[in-house]
Design a protein around this ligand. Sequence first.
Ligand SMILES: [Zn+2]
Length: 383
Amino acid sequence: MQPFSKFKCLFHNLLQQGQKTLQIIDVNRNLVLLAILENDMKTYWLLLIFLFSISMSYAEGWRPGEKQILITINSQEQAALISELKINYDVVSENQIRAYVIPKELAWLDNSGIAYQVEIENLKTYSQSMQQIDATWHSYQDIINLADSLEQEFPAICAKHIFGTSLGGRQLAALKISDNVSVDEPEAEVMFDGGIHGDEYPAAENVIRFARDLCIGYGTDPDITYLVDNREIWLYLMVNPDGRVSVSRYNNNGVDLNRDWPYMWDGIGGSTGPCSQVESKALRECMYNNQFVVHTTYHAGTEKISLPWSYRPDQPHDWNHIYHLAGIYSSSSLYPNLTYAQGYGSMYPINGSTKDSNYGIMGSISWSMEISYEKMPPTITII
Ligand SMILES: [Zn+2]
């Protein structure tokens, strides 16, 4: 296998003008963290078109008969009803959600009179069909192997940390990339994670490619060299590796891990308690062991930046700062019109997200980056 050989990457200035910005983040807990952004900080983006690849032998995770449907919401009453039903969904736009429902839940919707369009008739069958397609996506094992090879080839700047094992016995691991990588230096710590929803392939792909480019570019690309020398960059490879293998949104307990986090947890998405799943606990350990000023979690299914809060409509304390940074991120992303807004949107609450927890508990600027309209686009272009 020749990983990455057909791809190229492009870095953009995150901040093109201005002086150092020093911002105090004072959240509604007791944490006060400093986020220091400098005018030469860079951001990294992928745009996607590539040929698929999945190397797996079985599918689990989706519930029997589960469908993917698109719901257009026409009123506050309908939004409230959806919220009461506690079905699993992602927000697609201001008036659309993509929901994942089993027959019993679909019957509730039918009784409510809410109109929907079926996008995928049977998610389990669909995920199994994905196994037949030849692969250029990196599989779970490819990603682990690549991470190991980066640690081996670049030991001065790259170290793999394993935080546990998934229900299916797979690694819950992150790469730390920084100069003096074995030392916890007084440098700004930033975090990227991918694959909390296992069927959203571009997310985990993005993270391992970012790791690859940081390692290869160190010492030759001045921007990468500066960042590696002056940041502690953590790349959490796959939050939900079992879902990655089974092409499922859920972990092997059928839980949506992005509803399992403790801040304003509300028991949706199959979660049985705040941070109830082993995969959530592993990611939490990585968060608690560090002091991340920015946490970026990658998703796919739409293209936008989702900002805290997702659990309530009120703006967070640091809204002006977060919104300003999101605007810079959007305009330098190479996406033609990458929207950014509070996750709650006009009517859709989501409780138990990593974003709300990492902002609400840890004080990180935490946002979800939705980087592809398709969860498994047939081809990819990385710009
Ligand atoms: Zn997602």
